[in-house]
Write a protein that binds this ligand. Sequence first.
Ligand SMILES: [Zn+2]
Length: 176
Amino acid sequence: MSLSKQTRRTFLGSAAVSVAAAPTLLGGQARAHTPTDEGVTYEVTRSEAEWREMLSEDQYRIMREGATEPRFNSQLWEQMSAGHYHCRGCDLTLYGSDQKIMLLIGWVFFHHSHANAVLTSIDVVPAEYGDSLGESENMMEAHCRRCGSHLGHIISYEESPLHCINGASLVFHADA
Ligand SMILES: [Zn+2]
């Protein structure tokens, strides 16, 4: 399924009604984190062709272009087994199941990442989404420290920060 602009607009409109408690979850499109972004050189770099070869179309849109997957799109949202969540782009271990919290919102939530695993930047929600979100606003974007792939956003939920992550950006490894 393609995450077209029309699909996301529809998704945003319907989600805004039912997720009123956490409107900032409805993130727009982040900037792609290329190796030259803001002078950052990531440890793992790949050409666009190489990324497209290893990722599905939707994974590419999310991880390399900053799109947000539809809610409940990834089964990881309700995954609560013991294990670790790795970056799909470079296999860096990002999150542990001991930090995971399941919310009936449909993305993948963690209280904290592993140390030295996730970097943040400021992501401006495009004005085109302003009609369902109210004023456009800045959000804190989360991406992989090692390959720069977009993971999701860090949001405020009941006055605590939470990592709100696209399941498409993660690969779960259960503890043996
Ligand atoms: Zn990575």
